[in-house]
Ligand binder design. Structure first.
Ligand code: GLA
Length: 402
């Protein structure tokens, strides 16, 4: 019996990491913008400045957006032949990277870069394998605030070891950097990454499709709804400073306005990182108003940091709930079907128990006021059933408060 317990303990320890990350980073889900979903490797100094300016002028900064992250494609094809340092692509970034970091900082924003745990990045630029401490010192010298670390070209590499090494390297370089693990959930990072980084991708790459996926032959890009489904069961692993990351936003990248609104709302219900991925400089007013809905963002940024869960799933109508600070709750009715549906929810007949985080929503012992977070209006209280028509692929998100 003792031997059995010892072996179980050993197994548990062997899937933990001994990293000691920076304290106090990303206590609410990171919120910002990343270049990949729209620009892939076609990025430049001019683009970064334009995006930084737009984050400020569009009101996104005011709504909480903080990080501007350059994804794959920012480097030259080779490291510096003498120092071995990473080199920003001189054509895309003729002024180097430091001036750009300073420019973004001068706007009151934070700056992030991308690399990969493998020998090369997914797009074929120099990877970090074997250069972890050197690259971490380079990032610290630039003064960046966020590192997304991918998982391509990693044959034979152990994920826990590779991400732990990079986490330790960042810590040793001494400059606080949010560490975003991007290994697509392959090695179940939610089981071992709590002390390694602040967020970990829980799924593969997203695409601007509501349902279904884009098939590339050897890999698939998933739509919004399949990604939502894959988050089930992961909420117990998330909390302040360590988030499940169902990938960046596709708002403004081709879905309908209802679908964009639904995608954004669900990422807020899931306490997911909110990393916009559209061309902010050209976005429509509709897209802008979705991305800057402060009442919905407040659900995402709630300080309890509890990920929401699905309470009802019936005939394509789902109800998701998320406990919030001050005994508030966010409730999201989601219509996944092609046709409108009638929502009819009797608060008094449903006692919602979040057994994991020990929260109860009971309208028999407490009346809650209801605020619709998309129409920005009060909508009665929980004394009466909630009745509404919900269009196809749309959501109603409400906040209940005492
Ligand atoms: C992977 C990541 C994406 C993006 C690309 C860059 O596919 O999952 O988010 O960073 O690599 O090449």
């Amino acid at each position: 019996m003792k031997i059995k317990l010892f072996l179980i303990a050993l197994l548990f320890c062997s899937i933990r990491s001994d990293a000691q990350k920076f304290e106090g980073l990303a206590l609410t889900p990171p919120i910002g913008w990343n270049s990949w979903n729209t620009f892939q490797v076609n990025i430049s100094d001019e683009l970064v400045r334009g995006i930084a300016d737009k984050i400020v002028s569009s009101g996104m900064k005011d709504a909480g957006y903080t990080y501007l992250v350059l994804d794959d494609g920012w480097m030259a094809m080779e490291r510096d032949s003498v120092t071995g340092n990473l080199v920003p692509d001189p054509k895309k970034f003729p002024n180097g990277m430091k001036v750009l970091v300073d420019y973004v900082h001068s706007k009151g924003l934070k700056f992030g870069l991308y690399n990969c745990a493998g020998t090369k990045t997914c797009a074929g630029y120099p990877g970090t394998r074997g250069y972890e401490y050197q690259d971490a010192r380079y990032y610290a010298s630039l003064g960046i605030d966020y590192l997304k670390f991918d998982w391509c070209n990693t044959d034979g590499i152990n994920a826990i070891e590779a991400y732990t090494t990079m986490s330790k390297a960042l810590k040793a370089a001494g400059h606080p950097i949010v560490f975003s693990l991007c290994e697509w959930g392959t090695n179940k990072p939610w089981l071992w990454a709590e002390n390694v980084g602040e967020l970990w991708r829980s799924t593969g790459d997203i695409s601007a499709i509501f349902d279904g996926y884009l098939d590339h032959g050897t890999w698939k890009q998933q739509g919004v709804m399949p990604i939502v489904d894959l988050q089930i069961g992961l909420r117990k692993f998330a909390g302040p400073g360590h988030w499940n990351d169902p990938d960046m936003l596709e708002v403004g990248n081709g879905m309908t306005a209802n679908e964009d609104k639904t995608h954004f709302s669900m990422w807020c219900m899931l306490a997911a990182p909110l990393i916009a991925g559209n061309d902010l400089r050209k976005m429509s007013r509709e897209t802008e108003s979705i991305l800057t809905n402060k009442e919905v963002i407040a659900v995402n940024q709630d300080k309890l940091g509890i990920e929401g869960f699905k309470y009802i799933d019936k005939d394509s109508l789902e109800e998701w709930v998320k406990p919030l600070a001050n005994d508030n709750w966010a409730v999201c009715f989601l219509n996944r079907s092609q046709a409108p549906v009638q929502v009819n929810f009797n608060w008094k007949e449903e006692i919602i128990n979040d057994t994991l985080f020990k929260k109860t929503l009971n309208a028999n012992t407490q009346t809650y006021k209801i605020r619709n977070l998309w129409s920005h209006s009060m909508q009665g209280d929980t004394q009466k059933p909630f009745v509404a028509m919900l269009p196809s692929h749309d959501v109603i998100v409400v906040r209940l408060s005492k």
